[in-house]
Design a protein around this ligand. Structure first.
Ligand code: SF4
Length: 549
């Protein structure tokens, strides 16, 4: 078996197939499929997802090991869903030990089983950065793939996808794989964006063998991040009337898509929507035949959004203009370069003086508690502050990252639907971040790496943490992966604001008191302060729980 990295770096057009190890499929079935795929020489790897559409499937590491034993190179999907840093680290140690080096690093869909809350401790950029760091420290040849979607038709949503891809690559991603889409102009757009910036990172285009039923689902934005236009659905409905149910037309479309990707200059194709080795072989062979006339086929793969945003072609959405809040905050940050949201890191006499005052304040618990309350309430109404203790408002155009249900700090996930959040009924917060940055011509500033927060600081005054150098922020990341302090706590607090914002010691005391009270009337429960559990630690903290901070 040739390592995936070697095949990609050889410059040959590569194929990767998606192996969905969902809970609906028996593991034996998946492995039988893997054995057949291993016989197709063009297929460089099987990409193992066990978390499709936010539904928990089989253990991707176990499946990956078995897939490799059957001769197919595994590419294991690693998501940030329901895992804290320590759990992710454990997984990486396992992958290291098993010498499974190909990792698809993604944010992941919101877990279907969760109600309002779920654990997202880190985001996909931070995950890629951590794997790359591990690679550098240990010499383990991890090969990191990341995701990107050019199939976003809302202006800011699309621009942020590309900015975030740049961040992932800067963080250490070796290859990108696109989301599904049936729009050749968008495939070209992504390639042009990278070429213009001299980014040579190989990209695989997603080619999904789309059935009528799947298209109808995607038409409503399901699974998150996947979208099929009305026109495409209409074509598939017509095709499905054929005696073979439209199968041949589906395979032909997939083969044409591969030929187009080859022509545009993609590094390969990521084949999904079928596990059938005969169908996949047919697509690969047919794509070879079609490759020379890819330009003639280009117009057949144009199922974009009529009024959608195209970076180099159509711009129906007006460029945003500067609004009051960021203008005022920017002006204040420039006039007073020592304030926490200022982008300046320069030491000054004023800053030293403030540090001295805050050091004094820090030694007086009652006073610093009132200061924390003052900071929290003054930021809550304006920014939706949730008291994370590691304020990065200045790096996010004054939009609080904690208002993103997945608590991303480096840009949107791929789950948006025409600019709307995947999880709750609101505009994606990153649309506002990008709109503000674009209005002030500071998009490049969004490319700064925002490290994971130190969640033990939840409920403490971020301004104090800033001046005393305790927080984790751009330019000053904290090493939080190994220490017990990183992931923070996962509390069954749901919407309880007192617990959410009280800070670790106070929240622990409150919880202990409540549990003791409940325990007096009813035996059992969490048992004192141990009602505060580590995310993922016991393996049952994913549903109905909320990550503090
Ligand atoms: S302290 Fe944290 S939660 Fe509060 S506004 Fe800043 S980033 Fe948001």
């Amino acid at each position: 078996m040739k390592p995936l990295a070697e095949r990609v770096q050889s410059g040959q057009f590569v194929y990767m197939t998606e192996l969905v190890a969902s809970g609906l499929k028996r593991e034996a079935q998946v492995l039988e499929i893997a054995s057949k795929l291993a016989m197709i020489p063009e297929i460089a790897a099987g990409s193992i997802t066990s978390y499709a559409g936010g539904q928990l499937g089989q253990d991707s590491i176990r499946v990956g090991t078995a897939v490799r034993a059957r001769g197919l190179v595994p590419n294991v999907h690693l998501t940030c869903v329901s895992q804290d840093r320590q759990t992710i680290d454990k997984t990486l140690v396992q992958l290291q030990a098993l010498e499974m080096h190909n990792i698809f690093s993604i944010s992941g869909d919101w877990p279907k089983a969760a109600q309002k809350t779920a654990v997202f401790d880190i985001d996909s950029v931070q995950l890629a950065a951590h794997i790359a760091d591990l690679r550098a420290r240990t010499g383990t040849p991890f090969f990191i793939s990341c995701a990107v979607s050019p199939f976003k038709y809302q202006r800011e949503d699309l621009l942020y996808q590309y900015v975030k891809l740049e961040k992932k690559i800067a963080a250490g991603a070796d290859m990108a794989i696109t989301q599904v889409g049936w729009d050749a102009t968008k495939f070209v757009e992504l390639k042009t964006y990278l070429d213009e910036r001299g980014i040579k990172t190989p990209v695989l285009g997603n080619v999904y063998v789309l059935s009528r039923r799947a298209a109808e689902r995607m038409n409503t934005g399901n699974p998150p991040g996947c979208w099929a236009s009305d026109e495409l659905v209409a074509v598939l409905r017509k095709e499905s009337e054929a005696p073979d149910g439209g199968l041949q037309a589906r395979l032909e479309r997939a083969a044409k898509s591969v030929a187009i990707l080859k022509g545009i200059g993609y590094a390969g194709a990521y084949l999904g929507g079928t596990h059938d080795a005969r169908q996949l072989t047919w697509i690969i062979r047919r794509a070879q035949e079609l490759a020379p006339k890819w330009e003639e086929l280009f117009e057949e793969l144009q199922f974009g959004k009529k009024d959608g945003f195209y970076l180099y072609q159509r711009d129906p959405q007006p460029k945003p203009t500067r609004t009051f809040l960021p203008t005022v905050m920017d002006a204040a940050g420039k006039a007073l370069p020592f304030v926490p949201w200022s982008k300046s890191d320069r030491d000054s006499l004023v800053r030293s003086a403030i540090q001295g005052v805050f050091r004094w304040l820090d030694g007086r618990p009652r006073l610093s508690h009132w200061f924390e309350r003052f900071e929290y309430y003054s930021k809550k109404e304006v920014f939706g502050c949730q008291n994370c203790g590691n304020c990065v408002l200045g790096h996010m155009e004054y939009v609080c990252p904690q208002t993103c249900p997945k608590q991303m700090r480096n840009g949107p996930c791929g789950g948006t639907f025409h600019g709307a959040c995947e999880v709750i009924d609101q505009e994606c917060i990153w649309v506002k971040v990008m709109a503000r940055a674009e209005a002030s011509n500071t998009i490049d500033q969004l490319k700064v790496y925002v490290p994971p927060p130190d969640r033990t600081l939840t409920g403490t005054a971020s301004w104090l943490n800033f001046y005393l150098g305790r927080d984790s922020r751009p330019g000053r990341p904290k090493e939080l992966w190994k220490s017990g302090g990183g992931p923070g706590r996962t509390l069954a607090i749901d919407e309880d604001e007192t617990l959410l914002t009280a800070g670790p010691p106070a929240a622990d005391q409150l919880l202990a008191a409540r549990t003791a009270k409940a325990g007096a009337s009813k035996a059992g429960g969490a048992g004192g302060a141990s009602g505060v559990g580590r995310a993922g630690g016991a393996g049952k903290t994913t549903e109905g729980m909320r990550q503090a901070g």
